[in-house]
Design a binder for this molecule. Structure first.
Ligand code: SF4
Length: 457
């Protein structure tokens, strides 16, 4: 449970009885121990700034500062995916931090050539979404045959593309063969249950691998299993509640998130792993996966892979896990579209990503060469920025001057968005010799504006 500022103070040198000789020494950078305690409570300072906290107090303070849902990370080469560390139930309360990893299951029953083709396709899949690269996160290799050599071969094929891995096997010897084949990648081991948790825990501990625990839809039993495994010395756990339907998996995932965040139930405070392809109807894998992305999957393992299946999930995930307090934005500056020449038009808009891509795509699609001037409007769209005073005449003038667009063009004309037509006179007043043209209000009208207005201007 998070401690209040006063509770923290009672553990610091100034708050203990009798006070530590160094109480209020200011070495932490704060005038008193109480001021430091308040900063710690607000998570605006690090405990390590005070060298005089006793070990016992340190233990209590660190435990209280631990996130309610443990962070579990998987990596391979330059790819990394992590789940957990969430602190709210709903995104609008603050934000969600770690996007659920999207994995594709490959079984060792697949013929080698098919497996390689699938693994390569998953690894190579990448789409550009408003300037953000969306990719799959990893592969889950399942020992379906039950043969260690066969499983190891399959794991090697998956490991070759250097994506984070999940190994699926129930038997310790099989899992060990997979783990050795995956090296140096450290995969998530799936899964320990009531029948094999001791053997799997030993293996996970020896290989420093995270371990998934599988339940049977009974939250109490899964929490007890988590406590047992934690007692065996493992902290990096992932939970599979064992539910597979829409209603039951939503209910248990919500319950677990609530218990972890609101009641600080540490046994529920681990990321979830889900298998939407194992739902009641395989044809509903996509909507079930979407539910898990929204609430509250940490690692989502798909049984199929195709752009049509994964693209909507990646976009949904991106939308949910984008911090609503930080608009997605592109770099301000000059963007050259369709190899512009000195006599090409200069169009200006703001650096909100969606605005930028709407305008850039229309220009690109029209085949019109143009200079696109992007003003720094703190990531806001044109009208929002104008209303907030972030895209006014001064900002337009500043953008024209700081980008030095003048050195690239043979005319002195700038097209500003139609939504801020009201600014044209003021900008012209500040930029003698320049002609400030008013473009269309909507990006979709840019091609016809080019044909009908710019060319005849
Ligand atoms: Fe108090 Fe800060 Fe000195 Fe620690 S370093 S004893 S918190 S004033």
């Amino acid at each position: 449970m998070a401690l209040s500022g006063l509770e923290i103070y009672k553990l610091l040198p100034g708050g203990i009885k009798p006070p530590h000789p160094k109480a209020n020494c200011k070495e932490c950078g704060y005038p008193t121990c109480l001021a430091f305690a308040m900063k710690l409570a607000a998570k605006q300072a690090e405990l390590s700034l005070c060298k005089y906290v006793s070990d016992e107090a340190k233990g209590k303070l660190e435990a209280s500062a631990a996130p309610p849902i443990r962070l579990v990370a998987l990596s391979a080469g330059d790819r990394k995916v992590q789940a957990g560390n969430e602190i709210v139930l709903f995104r609008h309360e603050k934000t969600f931090f770690n996007r659920p990893g999207l994995f594709v299951r490959v079984k060792d029953t697949l013929p080698a050539a098919e497996m390689k083709a699938l693994v390569d396709a998953v690894a190579a899949y990448e789409v550009d979404y408003v300037g953000i690269k969306l990719r799959m996160d990893g592969l889950a290799v399942e020992a379906a045959v039950g043969d260690a050599a066969k499983f190891a071969d399959a794991v090697k094929v998956a490991a070759a593309v250097k994506m984070p891995l999940i190994l699926i096997a129930k038997d310790k010897a099989l899992m060990e063969a997979g783990l050795n084949a995956a090296a140096p990648i450290v995969p998530l081991l799936y899964a320990a249950d009531e029948s094999n948790w001791q053997a799997m825990s030993e293996l996970a501990k020896a290989k420093k691998a995270p371990l998934a625990l599988k339940g049977k839809g009974d939250l109490q039993a899964l929490a007890s299993l988590a406590d047992q495994v934690k007692g065996a010395g493992l902290e990096n756990l992932v939970l599979d509640p064992g539910t597979r339907g829409f209603g039951d998996s939503l209910q248990i995932a919500t319950q677990m998130r609530r218990l972890a965040i609101k009641a600080n139930q540490r046994a529920c405070g681990f990321p979830l792993i889900t298998f939407p392809g194992e739902g009641p109807d395989a044809a509903l894998e996509a909507p079930l996966a979407a539910q898990h992305v929204a609430k509250y999957g940490g690692f989502v393992v798909l049984d199929h892979f195709s752009p049509a299946l994964v693209y909507p999930l990646l976009v949904l995930r991106q939308n949910i896990y984008t911090d609503p307090q930080k608009p997605i934005q592109v770099q301000p500056g000059i963007y050259e579209i369709n190899s512009p020449k000195p006599d090409s038009p200069v169009m200006m808009t703001t650096n909100f990503s969606i605005t930028y891509f709407a305008v850039a795509n229309e220009i690109e699609g029209s085949g019109m060469p143009a200079w696109l001037l992007i003003a720094d409007a703190e990531g806001m769209s044109v009208l929002t920025a104008w209303a907030a005073g972030k895209f006014d005449a001064d900002k337009i003038v500043k953008t024209i001057k700081t980008t030095n667009i003048e050195s690239k063009i043979s005319h002195k004309k700038i097209v500003i968005p139609g939504a801020v037509a009201v600014l044209s006179g003021e900008v012209e007043g500040e930029m003698p010799g320049w002609s400030i043209m008013v473009g269309p209000r909507e990006a979709v009208d840019i091609p016809s504006y080019y044909k009908n207005v710019w060319k005849s201007a």
